[in-house]
Design a protein around this ligand. Structure first.
Ligand code: B1M
Length: 222
């Protein structure tokens, strides 16, 4: 792998956004995801290689450490920022079709629930994993998920719930999706959930954390 790809993967993993960014302190003054992505594109490294070997690789490393409780929410947020800085340079290639997303992921926090921190982390890690993310926000009624599926028929759906009371709206949402689009892959997650609950309500998968959601969806897509 060219050195620049490994350097860029490290910037994503460590959350080094650009040369001016003071974080992380041990990388102060070094080039970050912003400059290195630009340089790699100038070196004619294909955007898809950049995406897979640097951006997805870096986010994968930090996501795995998060699952293992070796890093925490702020580390994941900084990694996502570095990822966004890199993605700004890759956007034109996605728009032209030169680079492709793995698939489309529609995510939202279910109706009645306003918690979005975990949902946002899942969205960031999925984006970092090469998925196009459509984030419907919080307090999303079941019908709004269906609307998103009408517009993106091949999308997979992620539902988040943080309240025991809103687990019921999660069940309602899964039911509506499965009744109307039985082939849609649905993954659910959130602190009060269990794998058993996910299966009971008819979801296809339970994501314990963002990385586990990414791994399961990427496996289902391949
Ligand atoms: Co609320 N709240 N809250 N709250 N809040 C909890 C969840 C609670 C456990 C606190 C408590 O009582 N100890 C409790 C729920 C009890 C229950 O039902 N079992 C609770 C309550 C009761 C409430 C209110 C009802 C309080 C009130 O008004 N009386 C109210 C409800 C409002 C509503 O939603 N309608 C309420 C409001 C709020 C705030 C608005 C103040 C704020 C939310 C701000 C926001 O999200 N923008 C808030 C917060 C911050 C919390 C706590 C403190 C933190 C939640 C959080 O962000 N955790 C929480 C207590 C706690 O957890 N210590 C609490 C960090 C986040 C990274 O973790 O969301 O679990 P989490 O996401 C994880 C995984 O679950 C997973 O990945 C993430 C990363 O590992 N994951 C997925 C999540 N979604 C996934 C989807 C996937 C896969 C994985 O696939 C699709």
């Amino acid at each position: 792998m060219p050195d620049i790809l490994e350097q860029l993967a490290t910037c994503i993993e460590r959350g080094k956004v650009n040369a001016k960014a003071p974080y992380p302190p041990d990388m102060k003054g070094e080039e970050g995801a912003d400059e290195l992505t630009k340089k790699a594109l100038e070196m004619k490294i294909p955007p898809s290689q950049l995406l897979e070997q640097s951006l997805i690789e870096g986010m994968g490393r930090v996501g795995k450490k998060f699952s293992e409780h070796k890093v925490f929410v702020p580390d994941l947020l900084m990694a996502a920022r570095a990822m966004s800085a890199a993605m700004e340079h890759l956007k034109p290639f996605f728009e032209s079709g030169e680079a492709r997303h793995i698939g489309t992921f529609v995510i939202g926090t279910v109706e009645g629930d306003l918690h979005d921190i975990g949902k946002n982390l899942v969205a960031m890690v999925m984006e970092g994993g090469g998925w196009k993310v459509i984030d419907l926000g919080v307090d999303v009624p079941p019908a709004k998920f269906m609307e998103a599926l009408e517009e993106n028929p091949d999308a997979v759906v992620g539902l988040s719930a943080l309240l025991t009371t809103t687990m019921a709206s999660m069940e309602k949402t899964v039911k509506l999706i499965k009744e109307n689009k039985p082939n849609t892959f649905v993954i659910v997650g959130g602190a009060p959930l269990t794998e058993g609950f996910a299966h009971k309500i008819g979801a296809d998968a339970y994501g314990e954390d963002p990385q586990s959601a990414l791994n399961q969806l990427s496996a289902a897509a391949s």
